[in-house]
Design a protein around this ligand. Structure first.
Ligand SMILES: [Zn+2]
Length: 74
């Protein structure tokens, strides 16, 4: 599961570019589009922030430019 999401994201562009929001869907409910909150970014990518699924009420963190779209551990 973990490998699957990491691979999917690296294939689709690696670092968290804003345009990644066009293709990202919630890994749990497949909702799209998700809500991006940016805490820190440079001219190319979002470095820190959260990607929120309003349906699941879950925030997926973006750390060091890498979005962590793993479902929270239960
Ligand atoms: Zn969801």
């Amino acid at each position: 599961m973990k490998a699957y999401y990491r691979l999917g994201l690296s294939v689709s562009g690696g670092p968290m570019k804003r345009r990644l929001m066009d293709i990202l869907a919630c890994p749990i409910c497949k909702y799209h589009p998700l809500e991006l909150t940016v805490k820190k970014e440079d001219e190319k990518e979002v470095l820190e922030g959260t990607i929120r699924c309003p349906k699941c009420n879950i925030d997926y963190p973006i750390e060091d430019g890498i979005p962590n779209m793993l479902p929270p551990e239960k």
